[in-house]
Design a protein. Structure first.
Length: 202
């Protein structure tokens, strides 16, 4: 992977060498975020995603747009310290699947237009923001817990391959506890999508 001249200068600087010497990926990335321009930070993240398969196990915090447009993201498993995926975090990236572990909130458009995304497991999510998975045309599997409280508007717009959303609770729990966007069609935007609960379909 080619490195820009600006990032090359930073990596050769004394401050970068000291951070790298600690061998702490999280500290290095978070400290670098405050030291270099955002475009160089994005480039730096790309390098670490390519170099470390367990990068997501090291990162304890995500920022908006962190992996937007990245061609290096594949199957992602987040560690238990991350409870929120911020807006546009993976938008337009090549992410294929997400195991969010302890994530409870996913902000708007966090995964929009991720055309490689096929599977989403959200075992503890409570809030899914507007347009979160819009344009994910290869998405086929979505698992949602009975802790779910809200699904924003147009969350699954353009998910033409998605036929069923699996909700791990009863039909009554879904009806009583989940707030949808202003209109059901506004959130799911497809008459082909069925909510499958533990006691039948909605």
């Amino acid at each position: 992977m080619a490195v820009s001249e600006g990032l090359r200068k930073y990596l050769n600087s004394e401050s970068a060498r000291k951070l790298l010497a600690s061998n702490n990926v999280t500290e290095f990335l978070l400290s670098s975020f405050a030291l270099i321009p955002y475009d160089q930070f994005r480039e730096l993240v790309e390098i670490f995603v390519l170099k470390y398969d367990d990068i997501f196990g090291e990162i304890n915090e995500l920022i908006p747009g962190l992996f937007m447009g990245s061609n290096s993201v594949g199957n992602v498993s987040l560690n238990g310290n991350i409870t929120m995926i911020p807006s546009q975090c993976f938008q337009n990236s090549t992410i294929k699947s997400i195991d969010s572990n302890m994530v409870t909130t996913i902000a708007s458009r966090a995964f929009s237009n991720c055309t490689h995304l096929t599977k989403v497991d959200l075992p503890h999510v409570e809030i899914i923001g507007s347009g979160c998975f819009s344009g994910c045309d290869q998405l086929t599997t979505v698992n949602l817990p009975n802790s779910l409280k809200k699904i924003g508007i147009k969350t699954f717009t353009g998910c033409v391959s998605l036929q069923k959303i699996y909700y791990h609770g009863t039909k009554q729990e879904f009806t009583d506890n989940v707030t949808l966007g202003p209109q059901w069609d506004g959130s799911f935007d497809s008459s082909n999508i069925t909510i499958v609960c533990t006691d039948g379909e909605l």
